[in-house]
Design a protein around this ligand. Structure first.
Ligand SMILES: [Fe+2]
Length: 200
């Protein structure tokens, strides 16, 4: 367990972890594994204790010292590698155009609202990457979005603070992911800085 995490956590979180570990132990393949995770996460973000606890979670802003946005880190599984994060955005907070590399991201909106914009990418003859909006969708309280590996997207917060609980197939910072710039270049990014936070 990374520093700052205390077990046991809230009962609903312990149950979530137990159920996810069973999914892995049973060898359920992708993408079914993450569809089950979507159902489990839908239950988790509806749990009254989790919602109450979330009222105290700090806004995870941009850290100028590390030049990275932050995520709260609640849990990292020692055997299967999945992690539980939270992202808390102030009204109107937006994210850059990016992908999550080879990781799966199960994104549950606990409160507030997010608009998630997906992009198509087309590689030009000069090696530049042209991105164009393919579609966007609103994700309201209680909804969970499954973001596939390499999907290019951007998230925009609505008019109120938004709180999301995120399950990732592996911890940000342990794999390559990219940000897509307007000039058609892409740069490798480390992904959100992980800030351990206790859910006990
Ligand atoms: Fe993202």
């Amino acid at each position: 367990m990374p520093d700052g995490m205390t077990r046991p956590m809230l009962p609903a979180v312990e149950k979530f972890i137990e159920d996810m570990r069973k999914v892995f132990a049973d060898g359920i393949p992708e993408p079914e594994r993450w569809e089950i995770c979507r159902e489990l996460l839908t239950e988790l973000i509806a749990d009254p204790d989790v919602k109450e606890h979330a009222k105290d979670w700090p806004v995870t802003g941009f850290n100028p010292k590390t030049d990275r946005v932050q995520n709260l880190l609640f849990y990292e599984d020692p055997d299967y590698g999945f992690v539980i994060n939270a992202l808390i955005k102030n009204p109107g907070g937006s994210a850059m155009v990016h992908d999550h590399g080879s990781a799966w991201t199960i994104y549950g909106v606990l409160s507030g609202e997010e608009r998630i914009v997906h992009f198509d990418a087309e590689e030009q003859s000069d090696g530049k990457i042209k991105t164009s909006e393919s579609h966007s969708e609103y994700c309201g309280p209680g909804q969970v979005d499954v973001v596939k590996p390499w999907l290019i997207h951007s998230e925009y917060a609505g008019d109120e603070k938004s709180i999301a609980v995120i399950v990732r197939s592996k911890r940000s910072g342990t794999f390559e992911q990219y940000r897509y710039l307007e000039d058609g270049s892409r740069v490798m990014i480390k992904g959100p800085e992980q800030v351990p936070y206790s859910l006990a």
